[in-house]
Design a protein around this ligand. Structure first.
Ligand SMILES: NC(=O)c1ccc[n+]([C@@H]2O[C@H](COP(=O)([O-])OP(=O)(O)OC[C@H]3O[C@@H](n4cnc5c(N)ncnc54)[C@H](OP(=O)(O)O)[C@@H]3O)[C@@H](O)[C@H]2O)c1
Length: 352
């Protein structure tokens, strides 16, 4: 069984997908934290970048192998559903703690889906495969959990404004290329040129051109018309809130922001809750920053932060309904920093 590396300096940690959007953030948060990384093993497809920097050292990337991963005490999977499915269960069964940011196991009844501020209590010593949440759900989840504890959630409606980095490095490269292509051809006074310039873009990674656009499709559509992202947000919210029948309806939209997912959300509550009380509840909630009106959060303003920021709190149209705007950094609270928090919790419990 893999155990603490005998170098006395810390744990052997693996990162599968270290060259990706989330992987690079994970290396950065690990480096800035006091998490006791002894040896760091970094893995990628073996096709893209050849190395990554960690603590000023250049580490060579290689394709994963079970032998190399088994030498780790903890492995972060920040790659893809397929890669996680291939390696994570076998690795966890062999005794390695696995924190998986893909969506492969989030809804598996035997896999804890963890946002530590909400449900660290679902972690179990004998369940070594732990899932992190969908990056669109995490910010909404923190706000919803606080209001649920205060007055019971009856239902949730939300529309998202999701950054391009949520779709990975290749989508972000496509966006930046499109933006450069178009900006060179546009002038504010020539609105007649906008449509031909935008129509000339040929998307390859995202379903439509994303530069100067808003695309109401994140993932494939199911037969009922909901996208895969919308279905994930709803199902994962129900799981972390332990409300399997909670009605949730989401419209997920990709917008041309770089990092930070925003949502406009309407939460109907079972019991009355004044706006002042809702504000106080959100202000006290762990992991939430409640902004004082007339200030409000934006994706650019929240980039690089690990909390969920809430603003625009007001009454909704229905009785006991609260409308709000929530923003969190998809690469951090939606992935890397949430995963680090899970690892820190395992360490705190003496399980690592
Ligand atoms: N982006 C977000 O905001 C976000 C938030 C929450 C969760 N997630 C999840 O986190 C994971 C990573 O997302 P991302 O946005 O970072 O994607 P990304 O930028 O496309 O990075 C993917 C990473 O996986 C590696 N990879 C590809 N094929 C592999 C293989 N066969 N074996 C090992 N590694 C392989 C890539 O290596 P190469 O460099 O060699 O291609 C790269 O390091 C996904 O499961 C995603 O759903 C993402």
């Amino acid at each position: 069984m893999p155990r603490l590396k005998k170098n006395g300096r810390g744990l052997a940690v693996g990162v599968v997908g270290a060259s990706g959007m989330v992987g690079r953030e994970l290396l950065s948060v690990l480096e800035k934290s006091r998490f006791p990384v002894g040896e760091l093993k970094v893995f990628s497809s073996g096709r893209g970048a050849k190395s990554v920097l960690f603590r000023s050292r250049r580490l060579p990337l290689s394709a994963p192998s079970l032998a190399a991963l088994r030498g780790c005490r903890l492995a972060f999977f920040v790659s893809s559903d397929a890669v996680s499915r291939r390696w994570a269960p076998a690795l966890a069964a062999s005794g390695v703690w696995v924190i998986d940011d893909s969506s492969a196991f989030r809804l598996d009844a035997n896999v804890p889906l963890v946002i530590p501020e909400i449900n660290a209590s679902v972690l179990r010593r004998d369940r070594r495969l732990v899932a992190g949440p969908n990056c669109t759900m995490s910010g909404l989840g923190l706000a919803a959990a606080a209001l649920d504890r205060a007055a019971g959630l009856k239902d949730v409606r939300a529309a998202s404004y999701q950054a391009v980095s949520g779709a990975g490095l290749s989508a972000l490269r496509e966006f930046l290329l499109q933006a450069r292509t178009v900006t060179g051809r546009l002038r504010a006074e020539r609105a007649d040129l906008f449509a031909p310039a935008l129509r000339s873009l040929r998307p390859a990674v995202l379903p439509r051109a994303i530069a100067f656009n808003a695309v109401p499709q994140v993932g494939d559509f199911a037969a009922d018309g909901y996208s895969r992202e919308e279905i994930k947000v709803a199902a994962e919210l129900r799981k972390v809130l332990r409300s399997p029948r909670l009605p949730v309806s989401v419209t997920a939209v990709r917008v041309p922001t770089l990092r930070g997912h925003a949502l406009a959300a309407w939460l109907r509550l079972k019991r009355p809750l004044s706006l002042a009380r809702a504000r106080a509840v959100l202000k006290k909630a762990a992991g939430v920053v409640m902004m004082a009106a007339p200030d409000y959060p934006t994706p650019a303003g929240c980039a690089g932060r690990t909390e969920a920021f809430v603003g625009r709190l007001r009454r909704g149209a229905s009785p006991n309904e609260i409308a709000l705007w929530v923003v969190s950094d998809n690469l951090l609270k939606g992935a890397a920093s949430n995963s680090l928090q899970i690892a820190q919790e395992l360490l705190r419990r003496g399980w690592l």
